[in-house]
Ligand binder design. Sequence first.
Ligand code: MCA
Ligand code: AMP
Length: 500
Amino acid sequence: MRVKAPESLTLIARAAEHNARLAIVAREGEFSYRDLLDASHRIASALLEDEPDLREARVAYLCEPGFTYAAAQWGIWRAGGIAVPLPPFYPEAEIEYVLRDSEVSRVVVQDALSQKVSGLAARYRIRVLEAKKALAAAKKPLPAVEPRRRAQIFYTSGTTARPKGAVLTHANLEAQVRSLVEAWEWSSADRILNVLPLHHVHGVINVLTCALWSGAVCELMPRFDPGEVWGRIARGGLTLFMAVPTIYARLIRAWEEADPERREAMSQGARSLRLMVSGSAPLPVTVMERWREITGHVLLERYGMTEIGMALSNPLRGVRVPGSVGTPLPGVQVRLVDESGCEVPPGVPGEIEVRGPGVFLEYWGRPEATREAFRDGWFRTGDIGVLEEGRYRILGRKSVDIIKSGGYKISAVEIETALRGHPDIDDCAVVAVPDAELGEIACAAVVPRQGRDLDAEDLRQWLKERLAAYKVPRRFLVTRELPRNALGKVLKPELAARFS
Ligand code: MCA
Ligand code: AMP
């Protein structure tokens, strides 16, 4: 019997129209939109068992970037659940935190990764669905999922000890996608290569979801590798590429290291793309310039944040100004305010506040933090910007506790809290130190307890069991005393100077 689902989600309804078109190219093979609809329907059916609707139950999914990832995410959505991505490279402690914080009841796991969650699932009575089995489930009728319902949780680090789960509704996701599709003129003729991790907005929304909304092809690599990316670009056929500045810096390095013939193939492949985008961290003008020299592309820099999606962008057509993040994207309102919330005039720096249908609903389980994040309906980004000649420029962040490394947002407070759990550490401070490729790196100064020794390599290993690898400080300074100000607080900039 053919089971027809009532389609209230536009993304799914559009996929039915794209039907036989190629949707995903990954290590697992090549898959059409029809394959994706079929697979996600089966996963949704397996998730539902005998229930008609998951009613916003949180469902985690642990999959490599690829077809199974997309099928799991869509399956969770179509069953009425909230999708919570788990990065395959997270240590168990980080996975445990996400599972518990978002009160996950089910987890979809890509076969080889199942041992990463089996212990935790047993401990917290979480139902594990192996993707391979779920993909063979019989199709059942699916619920109608209203766009105002919660769709996705992205964990994001901030100034608190642990990351917060930013909740996006289907309507939020749709608004973010529509805005980017319009601004960057996505179409079914596009073909994009994704090398970004799929637990953040950049890879999940800007790349994967925009592609699938548009009927385009999304090629997914399990993770970024400069040689493989250049190889794929040189083969031709891609139209779009989006990445963080560190990835462009690493691609430049690989280009410089290649022989002249290879360089020519790389540059020629890159020239055939129609657009290359940079974001998640400031794009150094040197990277922008060098990239233009070797590929002919003026990178389009845009600005966004997990809680709001993309807010500001340089133009697709028109002048892209180095150091600027352009103007508000379609449907997005942006203002700059002073400490008391009054708008500042052009030329005067202020905190960036954002309003619009793409702005997230709430932090999961944190009503107080959600309230504090808004001022009169505007989301307070914590970033400082200035409006010059009609374009915005990002000047930095309000908090010194937020570190951006390789495009990942890292909380100094989170690392300090983890370090304070070490039996031999008396005190510590984590700071951001500038780095040519990663933008910033996290560095930790640690004070050993009396009579104890601390070894940087041991500390690194100890932290790797507790935090995602990209949060582990690159440098450690074992010191007898941290610099302090009169209030007894650590002077972070002064400390940062001791690392350079
Ligand atoms: C990091 N690690 C990973 C990955 N990323 N392992 C597997 N898969 C990954 N995708 C591990 C590394 O193996 C390494 O561990 C450790 O984390 C440190 O990583 P990192 O410092 O990042 O250095 P790297 O391994 O050289 O990678 C550089 C990178 C990566 C490829 C640029 O940082 C990256 O993929 N960044 C993108 C982050 C991103 O998507 N941000 C968007 C956030 P070990 O030392 O054990 O090898 S969304 C956002 O910011 C807003 C919305 C916006 O505006 O976009
Ligand atoms: P995340 O919390 O991971 O979503 O990171 C969002 C943060 O990344 C923003 O608040 C900014 O600080 C930073 N960011 C994103 N894009 C840019 C950009 N083009 N220039 C400077 N900073 C950026």
